[in-house]
Design a protein around this ligand. Sequence first.
Ligand code: SF4
Length: 121
Amino acid sequence: MEEKNLICINCPMGCMLTVTMQEREIITVEGNTCKRGEIYARKELTDPTRIVTSTVRVRGGCDHMVSVKTKEDVPKEKVLDCVRALKEIIVEAPVRIGDVIMENAAGTGVSIVATKEVKQV
Ligand code: SF4
């Protein structure tokens, strides 16, 4: 048996979770105050994913940057690849909230969308 400790990131309570595993199989999750903590621990230890938030440069807009995020979770090991890919691009103003800034970010199949509006100047 192996024990892993992690902190639930689903709400500000930040419950300390203790997960007991046997050969990659999760046996118990303890320390969670609600069911979301158990779901988080199981996912984090078997298939960790994240929403990526970042910024992208804008040309011809009233702001030089626009905030963006992945439309869905991406595998945790692809987060840095997504951020690096976003550093390489410049979008043209105007940008509207929800505009697709990049499709299939870092080969994840997930799009990256704008979370802010940038008007054209
Ligand atoms: S287990 Fe529930 S109460 Fe505790 S941090 Fe996670 S979401 Fe919040």
